[in-house]
Design a protein around this ligand. Structure first.
Ligand SMILES: Nc1ncnc2c1ncn2[C@@H]1O[C@H](COP(=O)(O)OS(=O)(=O)O)[C@@H](OP(=O)(O)O)[C@H]1O
Length: 310
């Protein structure tokens, strides 16, 4: 299993000065150690009450995990101010299936919610067979590209001058990015949601920003933990929104320092999960030509879905 990546199509990222090579495994690009992680994750025996929070990187995963965790654990706390989210990175509250299978299994009876960036076609078969609920979050592709660019650039310790954005953009448009092609990742989940709408909730990062109250209530209902009238009157929805907001989370000591141990070889700083969280940051990076190119690409790939990624 160790050497499986050697047989796969590969691409060395020139914009990262050759420091990263991605491999195409089961139709999606990823790091060298991914096939091993995916195969392990696919051995997971899901239970019908499991809920998966699924996403491509940089689309709102951290935020969605925080919200789901706060919603599901709220009754165990005297007040929101005691939440583990104040002292724990959201990715450690809701672990990734592909990174922390053992931890998920240990804690499963207390908290059956897990996160994953796995494409739909790579999910454990048991997730489909058990009809597990799936929340899928996606985001405007242009802001995803900018977010991804800075995230990987910082991981590789390169400055903006050392990592040309134009090349990163071109690569992303070719579908070459971690868990990319981005549109294929969305399309697989979207198609599955057309076949089994009852187990899917699609959420959009920008919608969550525009209407946090409506979307958090929708999420809570889908997770099977709707807010009671008393809770709503007591401001529980707003408290959770506030707790999970970018301002709160990004200013916590735990999220400013500390390292996330993605696996036994790889750790990254918590702060890299929190950058700017603004909509439309892409306007500071895209030329008119880039905007036209990506709009055309997305029209081509997504027009049949009705999902808006621009
Ligand atoms: N609480 C909260 N609210 C709103 N936005 C948030 C929040 N937490 C993180 N972010 C922003 O989400 C972007 C990171 O995406 P992900 O969480 O999907 O990244 S990852 O896949 O977990 O690596 C990244 O976006 P950019 O700032 O545009 O880079 C983060 O800043």
């Amino acid at each position: 299993m160790e050497g499986i990546y050697k047989t796969l199509p590969q691409h060395t990222c020139t914009w990262l000065q050759g420091r990263v090579t991605l491999y195409k495994y089961q139709g999606f690009w990823n790091a060298q150690n991914f096939p091993k992680k995916a195969i392990l994750a696919q051995s997971y025996e899901a239970q019908p009450r499991d809920v998966l929070l699924c996403s491509c990187p940089k689309t709102g995963t951290t935020w969605l995990k925080a919200l789901a965790f706060a919603i599901v654990t709220r009754k165990k706390l005297d007040e929101v101010g005691n939440s583990p989210l104040l002292t724990t990175l959201p990715h450690d509250c809701v672990p990734f299936l592909e990174n922390h299978l053992e931890k998920i299994k240990e804690n499963h009876s207390n908290f059956p919610i897990l996160g994953t960036h796995l494409p739909y076609s790579s999910l454990p078969k048991s997730v489909i067979d058990s009809n597990c609920k799936i929340v899928y979050i996606y985001r405007n592709i242009k802001d995803v590209i900018v977010s991804y660019y800075h995230y990987i650039r910082e991981l590789m310790k390169l400055s903006v001058e050392e990592a040309p954005f134009e090349e990163a953009f071109d690569e992303f448009c070719q579908g070459i990015s971690s868990f990319g092609p981005y549109w294929e990742h969305i399309l697989e989940y979207w198609k599955a949601s057309q076949e089994r709408p009852e187990v899917f909730l699609f959420m959009k990062y920008e919608d969550l920003k525009k209407d946090p109250t409506g979307n958090v209530k929708r999420l809570a209902e889908f997770l099977g933990h709707p807010f009671s009238i008393e809770e709503e009157k007591a401001g529980m929805v707003e408290n959770i929104i506030q707790l999970c907001s970018f301002d709160t989370l990004s200013n916590l000591e735990v999220n400013k320092s500390g390292k996330y141990q993605a696996d036994e070889h790889f750790a990254l700083e918590h702060r890299l999960f929190f950058r700017k969280a603004t909509d439309g940051d892409w306007e500071n990076y895209f030329t008119e030509e880039m905007k036209d190119k990506i709009d055309k690409l997305i029209d081509e790939k997504m027009s049949a879905t009705g999902l808006i990624l621009k």
